[in-house]
Design a protein around this ligand. Structure first.
Ligand SMILES: [Zn+2]
Length: 443
């Protein structure tokens, strides 16, 4: 991974008769940006505070992995065979990267299939988890584990892939202890082509950390580009081959981005110019947050192609709004896309990741975030973020001046020089032959 942090914070006050910008932001306490969720109804949310029964995102997390079958759908293979296709080592590698090495996963694969006495007809996830706790051999002490991954036999008609958070002892406990976070996933079968099994597990573990689904159940939204696609693993499937890292906000809430790497800005004192490092960079400022009401924030980060954001085609500043009153499937994160992306015509069937792939602000691009404007003043695939209450017209003047102030790079010329039989090529803005050589050609 290329770690890049280019500072272009040479301000333009020499060229413009306006007062210089500064990150007064630092004066605004970080706690002001930690908005509490208002949705209240779900086992997961994007705000502060966190539920203490969720999987916490720091340190080695021990998962018990079990194969599950039913009275009417028995499994003939071993647990290892049932689990192999889920490539759990990739799940661990993903979290290790996404958390900047702060979280790792250890898997203990139970050596025999847990055969449930119930049939799979009308069965649901909590019931399965409860039955697993009852039937599992007591040599597996539930108290030793932070979470459970249950893989259902692919012989079953059970096709759900869900996560269960903050389960009480009464649901998944026995005399050896209790596991409060579990994911129950249908086995790999030819019936479900086209999905990436390890990413499904990684997505469900995201829920165990308390993260929400970011997609909408209303199909209409899926093609109108109104979801957070394609910039988070929590947006199910959409853009998983594009940019499936988490949003910086999700990482902050998970404890992987430190408070010191977040700039909290006050809405009535918004003018700031800030360099952000790319999201994949383990060290440096990665997130700007502006509370715009008691329930909404605008968040800004810098996405660049990385080991996790493998398919990202446009690097730049990603601006989005988080609405902490929204529940699951109500689109709690909405992108505020670049003008380039906004020009993409809507049409039915346009996949969300295609709709939003140009969403980040590239060089000298600006968006109107309602209360203020956000520009990327960098001229490379990097960021120099300008957040301002100036009008779009004023920002555009500022950018024009900035572009004009840049010296045009001078063209390099090459000449060939000879001395007897020796030939030398000299390349420079104003090339000259060394003494004793004669110039023979100019290109
Ligand atoms: Zn989900």
């Amino acid at each position: 991974m290329k770690l890049r942090r280019i500072s272009v914070l040479v301000l333009i006050t020499t060229f413009l008769a306006v007062s210089p910008f500064s990150a007064k932001a630092a004066d605004y306490g970080i706690e002001n940006c930690k908005l509490v969720s208002q949705n209240g109804f779900y086992g997961v949310n994007l705000g502060w505070l966190k539920n203490s029964s969720w999987l916490d995102g720091i340190g080695r997390k021990k998962f018990l992995v079990v194969g599950i079958d039913f009275s009417n759908a028995r499994e003939s293979g071993s647990v290892s065979q049932m689990v192999a296709g889920f490539e759990l080592e990739k799940v661990n590698a993903f979290y290790s990267k996404a958390s900047y090495g702060k979280m790792g996963l250890d898997f203990t694969i139970a050596n025999a299939v847990v055969s449930l006495p119930i049939s799979d007809v009308g069965v649901y996830d909590i019931q399965i988890a409860g039955e697993v706790a009852k039937q599992i051999p007591r040599s597996y002490k539930l108290a030793d584990f932070d979470g459970l991954i249950g893989i259902v036999t692919s012989n079953s008609s059970y096709t759900a892939r869900t996560a269960l958070t903050a389960l009480p002892t009464s649901v998944m406990g026995n005399e050896t202890g209790h596991i409060s976070n579990a994911t129950i996933v249908a086995g790999i079968s030819p019936k479900v082509p086209g999905w990436t099994p390890w990413m499904v597990i990684a997505h469900e573990i995201g829920h165990l950390l308390g993260l929400m689904d970011l997609w909408s159940r209303e199909d209409a939204l899926a093609w109108e580009g109104k979801t957070s696609a394609p910039f988070s693993l929590m947006n199910t499937g959409a853009g998983w081959t594009y940019a499936p890292d988490f949003f910086a906000w999700e990482k902050w809430r998970s404890g992987w981005i430190a408070d010191s790497e977040v700039v909290c800005l006050e809405l009535n004192n918004v003018s700031a110019q800030i360099d952000l490092v790319a999201l994949a960079n383990p060290i440096g400022k990665k997130l700007v947050v502006l509370p715009i009401s008691t329930t909404k924030v605008i968040a800004i980060e810098f996405r660049q192609r990385s080991e996790l954001d493998v398919g990202l085609q446009k690097s730049g500043v990603l601006v989005y709004e988080i609405d902490l009153t929204k529940g699951q499937f109500q689109v709690p994160i909405k992108l505020i896309v670049s003008q380039q992306a906004a020009r993409e015509p809507y049409f039915k069937g346009l996949e969300d990741w295609r709709r939003n792939k140009e969403a980040p602000l590239g060089s000298y691009e600006t968006v109107d975030a309602g209360f203020f404007r956000v520009s990327n003043l960098a001229d490379l695939a990097t960021t120099n973020l300008l957040i301002t209450s100036e009008s779009l017209a004023e920002v555009s003047q500022r950018i024009d001046a900035l572009k004009m102030a840049k010296p045009t790079p001078r063209k390099m010329l090459s000449i060939t020089c000879t001395k007897g039989k020796i030939t030398k090529k000299v390349t420079a803005v104003n090339p000259k032959c060394p003494s004793g050589y004669k110039k023979v050609a100019t290109r």
